[in-house]
Design a protein around this ligand. Structure first.
Ligand SMILES: NC(=O)c1ccc[n+]([C@@H]2O[C@H](COP(=O)([O-])OP(=O)(O)OC[C@H]3O[C@@H](n4cnc5c(N)ncnc54)[C@H](O)[C@@H]3O)[C@@H](O)[C@H]2O)c1
Length: 323
């Protein structure tokens, strides 16, 4: 399997580390020559491209797209029309129409497509959901999902049209994934998205109340405009007979910054006051290996299109309500 990583600069580096750890040959596109040098020097990458068309036309079987959101549709469809399988960073796209076109192109060109959403593979979150399904806390009545930080973003990230919004469609999508994985389908969302003083053109803070079909409720908070922010559990699941929440102490301190060691998202679940031990796995290796295995065996990709579209729809629902 030959892979071309399209967009090596930021998060592309974490994918590059996975290809190395999985022993998969890869080439890289970036418009910044220093970034290409990084891959030559640290990963011994031989084929590098500073022209995206050359990268798309290379002899790879699969491309891995790590580009600004507004480019997702165009570049993924071009790659599929050239017969490449495509894995692409979240969000799937900036509108449901774009997302649908991407999925249709994968069907038409008979290639696999998957959004890279590492939170789907997180061992702590998946264990927490399993414990709920095993009825360890009784009927769930309330779910709390939150994340807060102070980000001063520049470049394409600060531009609303490049992002398709603000903080919510970027980092916030992972926490939408989390609350919907726990809560399931929702009847409606009451929400407010607003600007809390960051450098973004789009919104930087969202508060939302999810009314789930199950009858439970979800409180959601996400912000890039929180000075001196506290470290708090990112998920709490409160049932009639118990509770599960994230143990913040066992959450990685550096949030994927470290290229070595096992990269995962949340600290261990705490079930009814007791920390639950879990088998830690590298979420990036799981998503990338899972995608490659699905190509080799021609089976379903491990992260479904439905979930990628579900998350985008929830975000656009929240954006439609505005502030
Ligand atoms: N899963 C996660 O936790 C996570 C975290 C960060 C970023 N991401 C995603 O990764 C993607 C890229 O984000 P990033 O943080 O790596 O951004 P970045 O700015 O660090 O890198 C963007 C890449 O796009 C290329 N690029 C930008 N504009 C271009 C243009 N006009 N033409 C050609 N190439 C262009 C750059 O060369 C660079 O390689 C986004 O989809 C983002 O949401 C995911």
């Amino acid at each position: 399997m030959k892979v071309t990583l399209i967009g090596g600069n930021g998060f592309g580096k974490l994918h590059g580390e996975s290809y190395k750890q999985l022993g998969i040959e890869f080439s890289v596109y970036d418009r910044n020559l220093e970034v290409l040098e990084y891959y030559r020097k640290n990963y011994g990458v031989k084929n590098v491209f500073d022209n995206i068309e050359d990268a798309l036309h290379s002899d790879s079987d699969m491309v891995d797209i790590v580009l600004p959101h507004k480019m997702h549709r165009e570049i993924s469809i071009k790659a599929m029309e050239l017969g490449k399988h495509v894995i692409m960073e979240k969000p799937i796209a900036t509108t449901v129409e774009e997302a649908t076109e991407i999925i249709e192109a994968s069907v038409k060109n008979n290639v696999k497509f998957m959004v890279a959403e590492q939170y789907n593979f997180d061992p702590s979150l998946n264990k927490a959901i399993k414990l709920v399904n095993e009825n360890k806390i009784g009927k769930v009545h309330t779910i709390i999902v939150r994340d807060q930080r102070e980000y001063k973003k520049t470049g394409w990230r600060s531009k609303k049209d490049q992002m398709g919004g603000g903080a919510l469609i970027d980092g916030g999508i992972h926490y939408i994934e989390t609350i919907l994985d726990i809560g399931g389908d929702y009847r409606k969302i009451d929400s407010y998205s607003y600007h809390g003083g960051s450098s973004l053109e789009g919104e930087d803070t969202t508060v939302a109340l999810f009314h789930f079909v199950s009858g439970s409720h979800g409180m959601f908070f996400y912000s890039w405009a929180y000075r001196d922010f506290p470290r708090l559990p990112s998920y709490e699941i409160i049932g009639e007979e118990g509770s599960i929440y994230e143990d913040v102490q066992s959450r990685p301190q550096e949030e994927f910054k470290s290229m070595t060691g096992i990269r995962y998202v949340y600290g261990n679940p705490v079930l009814n006051g007791e920390k639950v031990e879990i088998h830690k796995e590298d979420v990036f290796n799981l998503e990338i290996k899972g995608f490659i295995d699905s190509i080799k065996s021609n089976t379903e990709v491990p992260y479904s299109h439905n979930k990628a579209i579900r998350n985008l729809k929830a975000i656009l629902d929240i954006y439609r309500r505005g502030d």
